[in-house]
Design a protein around this ligand. Structure first.
Ligand code: NA7
Length: 555
């Protein structure tokens, strides 16, 4: 027997928790489910050694609970995975949200029942019904297992960074790490000192910049507290939403000496994100400016890495146009005697065998542990793992066969009352504030739908009753909110224009789905900046949600 809710939220990360809080406050009967055993979303699963956010702690939290913002402690410049979990648990407790949550409950399928205007939601723990289905599945949550032969043949410990066990012990073991994106760089730097040997299997080298982590002094925290309103205003108006001041100056506008001084200052005090957006304004758009950063980092690698051959292998040749990375001594790690770098461009992995990895030169690397740091099937990956069917039993996967289409990263035509928190084609930036914007937008639209559902139907707005208009209707009826296909198409066009005008588009990465076999190179997000995205949401709301049915008909 199905239980009926006003709303079901899927996912207990930053977005899902905030959405739950907002809808409960709106007076709705809400249930949040998650397949994990507790809150955290991607932070619940990414519990590998060294996992941390590279957005500074003051900007990696909610802005909507002002008192908590001023009081909740952090001690270092960046929050580590256990601290993010502790923070989210604290927020859930503070707002008494746990009683609406159900863990170890996986979404299997969601089918829209047109006759009753309800979502029928099949989970691993039974069936629910809800007027609104809100997916907070995460941008980076679906694991990308590499397509490497012999995964089953390997007899040692095999882990993926995005599904890490709670307990592990690598002391004295021979460990191999495949992949050197954000996760690989973090895990490699964190475990090198503890393991017997560490073999890093690198396909394409990456640029990474010191995170310059360290304690946050009480005076600094007091200053942040004093400035918090202005800080959040800036974050929500800026491009990256990371909380540092973004540059307006071209790298070509200063002398070489000044440029290198500013790069060096960022290397000593900043991080990868600052180097991308905080030093100059045109690193992502001007090939010339971009190459200047590349040269600077390549020289750093040469300086830091003692063995010239290892330095050569670690040196990227592509533009600095993938997700900028931050590290805690990544390049230095390769000066350790117990660390080896395998260049997979020269000698690709042939297969995993029972006791390790065999590469194309016939060499066998014997390993007790293999860690896949091979990333995610980003943006639409988590959606493709579940079956969501809208009107006429259309599958979301099929709606998205060529490319994922959404309006504002939130809603999809033909899928009424399905709202995505940071779905495909939403802003790519510091994630917590982007999630907040989405949650506020979704809450606004649901509030409007609820209001409409209580208005008596009449001949001009005959949209609110199951079975059509009825002037005598007093019982609230379900309103179907749905993106208009033309709004969806226009949004995709805008996202395409923005993405393809940057250097990122010319460089293969998870941004475009290149890392997932068969996915192709696609526009998956909005690259106009967090501030511009916020303005788009505000514009849509101020215009009475005219990109959505039924509101468009009421204007
Ligand atoms: P990323 O950034 O996608 O990095 C994955 C790494 O794994 C990258 O170095 C890949 O090499 C490598 N990879 C992937 N498949 C293979 C195979 N088959 N063989 C060898 N190497 C492979 O994922 P992360 O988890 O590090 O970070 C994702 C985001 O999460 C991060 O940017 C933050 O925003 C949080 P490639 O470079 O593709 O040649």
């Amino acid at each position: 027997m199905a239980t009926t809710f006003d709303a079901i939220i899927v996912g207990a990360g930053f977005g899902g928790i905030h959405q739950l809080f907002s809808l409960v406050r709106l007076g709705l009967n809400v249930k949040l489910i998650d397949k994990a055993g507790d809150v955290g979303g991607t932070w619940y699963w990414n519990r590998y050694p060294g996992a941390m956010s590279d957005t500074e702690a003051f900007a990696y939290r909610y802005s909507w609970d002002k008192n908590d913002l001023l009081e909740y402690p952090w001690t270092e410049r960046y929050v580590k995975q256990p601290e993010v979990l502790a923070y989210l648990r604290h927020v859930v407790k503070r707002h008494d949200l746990r009683r609406h949550m159900q863990f170890d409950t996986e979404l299997i399928a969601a089918d829209y029942d047109e006759a009753n205007r309800l979502w029928k939601i099949q989970t691993s723990q039974g069936v629910h019904e809800a007027t609104y289905l809100i997916t907070a599945l995460g941008i980076l949550s679906a694991t990308n297992w590499p397509d490497i032969a012999g995964l089953e043949a390997y007899q040692g410990e095999l882990y993926h960074t995005s599904r890490f066990p709670e307990t592990y012990d690598f002391n004295g073991k021979r460990v191999g790490v495949i992949g050197c994106g954000s996760s690989g760089v973090q895990v490699i730097s964190a475990i090198a000192k503890d393991v017997k040997t560490l073999t890093c299997f690198q396909r394409r080298p990456q640029y990474t910049i010191p995170a310059n982590d360290g304690p946050v002094l009480p005076e600094a925290r007091e200053q942040i507290n004093r400035d918090y309103d202005a800080i959040w205003k800036y974050i929500k108006d800026s491009n990256s939403g990371m909380g540092f001041e973004e540059s307006q100056a071209s790298a070509l506008s200063v002398s070489e000496e000044e440029r290198n001084r500013l790069f060096e200052d960022c290397w000593q005090n900043g991080n990868g994100l600052r180097l991308n957006f905080g030093v100059f304004s045109d690193i992502a758009t001007s090939r010339e400016a971009n190459e200047m950063v590349c040269v600077f980092i390549r020289n750093k690698i040469k300086e830091i890495v003692k063995d010239p051959e290892t330095a050569r292998k670690l040196t990227p040749w592509e533009p600095f146009a993938r997700r900028p990375l931050c590290d805690s001594g990544y390049y230095e790690t390769f000066n350790r005697d117990n660390v080896e770098l395998v260049d997979l461009k020269a000698t690709p992995i042939i297969e995993l065998i029972s006791n390790g990895i065999r590469t194309s030169d016939g060499k066998v690397y014997e390993l007790d542990v293999i860690i896949m740091a091979t990333g995610f099937d980003a943006f639409d990956g988590a959606y493709n793992q579940v079956q969501i069917r809208g009107r006429n039993e259309e599958k979301l996967r099929e709606h998205w066969t060529e490319r994922p289409l959404t309006y504002l990263g939130t809603a999809v035509s033909n899928f009424p009352n399905l709202f995505m928190i940071c779905g495909p084609l939403s802003s790519f930036s510091n994630v917590p504030p982007a999630l907040e914007m989405h949650v506020e937008f979704i809450t606004g639209i649901i509030a409007r739908a609820q209001q409409l559902s209580r208005e008596p139907a009449n001949k001009t707005n005959g949209i609110n009753g199951v079975g059509g208009p009825d002037v005598h209707e007093t019982v609230p009826k379900r309103v179907e909110v749905e993106a208009l296909p033309e709004a969806e198409a226009a949004w995709f066009h805008k996202c395409t224009e923005l993405c393809t005008s940057t250097l990122y588009w010319d460089t293969k990465s998870w941004f475009w789905g290149d890392n997932v076999k068969g996915k192709g190179h696609k526009v998956l997000f909005f690259l106009g900046g967090l501030g511009a995205f916020n303005r788009e949401l505000a514009k849509a709301a101020e215009a009475g949600y005219k990109g959505f049915k039924p509101f468009a008909d009421l204007l």
